[in-house]
Design a protein around this ligand. Structure first.
Ligand code: NAG
Ligand code: NAG
Ligand code: NAG
Ligand code: NAG
Ligand code: NAG
Length: 389
């Protein structure tokens, strides 16, 4: 493809370290100016960056821009940073994205960084109003703000994902991917606006991130391996979840999760593992560790639910075949909005094993909470609520 690149497009800028040089690419040079639609400019800037044999940086300066769906891919020759300091708005009309599953889709590339103080505004209000996924199992899922597919050694830093039409971010097939100082915001009532969903990805870190949204703040789908969620605030939202798992075929095990030093405020769930009943496959969910967690008025602070079935469309009498093993909850404190602050509904086909509660000091209206336990014999250490059933 022939690119029509004006001669002054490429110039050198110093990177943050002040030592290495990277090629600076100002989106303005591609017609990406404030108030304009920058769909083409973004794509053209990516092509130049991707072809550059030295590291490059695309700059989207302060200002408000419009952008339709973009779908950019590698392989690229060298690292690319996209620094966004402006606000980029998606079309508010869900049909104006040509059925794209993701508004900003980046795939098959390594060493990609999104940075800056900019905002990606999905303008989701109309999409939430039209969303009927709570009653229609074949509903059309509106576009997500970001999709990273098969992207390795990459990072999202500083920017904000706002009012996505559905999930804010989905990672699929990624390896060594970090979110640091990222922000997610959408109203509590927005539908299906999960924060970050991870699927079939390894070595993912979510650090120093504030997530306020209408669904799970972080969710781990099948094949999530070695994930760290640390210094994260969640709320409003539905909490930090493993799952839901077991709904589809060809799912892969989930292992090595650490959730540490997180605060959940006014969320529906705190930390949760959920699997559907009647799963078609048998596999392991193992080494899930939750520590130093503060709950502020959380409805279900600690929950394993192997009969997860929103809207009751499934046969609960047929148990989940997903095996949950080696799960610990340590130093969990704060307030629960229900008496049963710990709920373990494990599978009767494959009971949970090695579940440990260590210093779980939650209160409900000033009194200690109780734990409800089925098909599990948790180990207790320090302060922890005994199982009542
Ligand atoms: C750029 O940022 C400054 C301060 O952060 C702000 O006052 C100004 O209005 C912004 N310019 C545009 C075009 O948005
Ligand atoms: C990313 O890493 C995975 C696993 O190491 C590898 O299979 C894949 O090819 C890599 N992707 C790219 C775009 O290099
Ligand atoms: C992970 O990716 C970062 C870039 O985001 C890179 O600096 C680092 O070396 C990578 N780590 C591994 C183990 O490949
Ligand atoms: C815990 O996370 C908060 C951010 O939510 C951060 O300010 C604080 O420094 C973290 N504490 C430790 C010990 O890292
Ligand atoms: C349970 O799962 C099996 C196989 O996954 C499926 O064939 C069957 O229809 C399911 N049962 C019900 C009642 O949904």
């Amino acid at each position: 493809m022939k690119l029509n690149i004006p001669p002054i497009v490429l110039y050198l800028v110093l990177t943050i370290s002040g030592t290495a040089q990277s090629v600076g690419i100002d989106i303005k040079k591609f017609g990406g100016i404030p108030d304009a639609d920058i769909t083409q400019a973004f794509t053209d800037a990516w092509k130049v960056a991707c072809a550059s044999t030295s590291a490059s940086k695309i700059l989207i300066p302060n200002g408000t821009y419009k952008m339709k769906a973009v779908d950019v891919k590698g392989p690229c020759m060298a690292p690319i940073e996209i620094q966004i300091d402006g606000t980029i708005q998606a079309p508010a009309d869900p049909n104006a994205l040509d059925g794209a599953k993701q508004w900003v889709k980046i795939g098959y590339a390594n060493f990609i960084t999104l940075s800056g103080k900019g905002i990606f505004d999905g303008q989701g209000a109309i999409a939430w109003k039209q969303n009927d996924c709570r009653t229609n199992t074949n509903c059309k899922i509106p576009s997500m703000n970001f999709g990273f597919n098969f992207v390795n050694h990459s990072m999202v830093r500083g920017i904000t994902s706002k009012d996505s039409k559905s999930f804010h971010v989905i990672l699929f097939g990624c390896y060594n991917f970090t979110f640091d100082g990222f922000h997610i915001s959408a109203p509590e009532t927005s539908i299906n606006t999960d924060g970050i969903h991870i699927g079939k990805s390894t070595d993912v870190k979510i650090l120093n991130t504030n997530i306020a949204t209408g669904d799970d703040c972080v969710s781990l789908g099948d094949g999530s391996i070695h994930v760290t969620v640390q210094n994260v605030n969640c709320g409003p939202g539905h909490g930090i979840s493993v799952g839901s798992l077991g709904k589809y075929t060809n799912e892969e095990p989930v292992k090595d999760l650490l959730v540490k030093n997180c605060t959940l405020t006014n969320t529906e769930n705190g930390v949760r593992i959920k699997t559907w009943p009647n799963s078609s496959q048998t596999y392991l969910v193992t080494d899930m560790h939750f520590e130093d967690i503060t709950m502020v008025d959380v409805l279900n602070p600690v929950i394993i639910d192997q009969e997860y079935c929103p809207w009751n469309h499934c046969p609960k009498q047929s148990p989940s075949k997903i095996k949950i093993r080696k799960v610990s909850f340590s130093d969990i404190k704060g307030t629960s909005k229900s008496k049963e602050g710990v709920i373990f509904i494990c599978s009767k086909a494959v009971p949970c094993e090695d579940v440990e509660l260590n210093n779980v000091a939650l209160t409900f209206k000033g009194d200690p909470i109780v734990a409800k336990c089925a098909n599990v014999r948790p180990k207790f250490a320090g302060k922890a609520p005994p199982c009542t059933a």
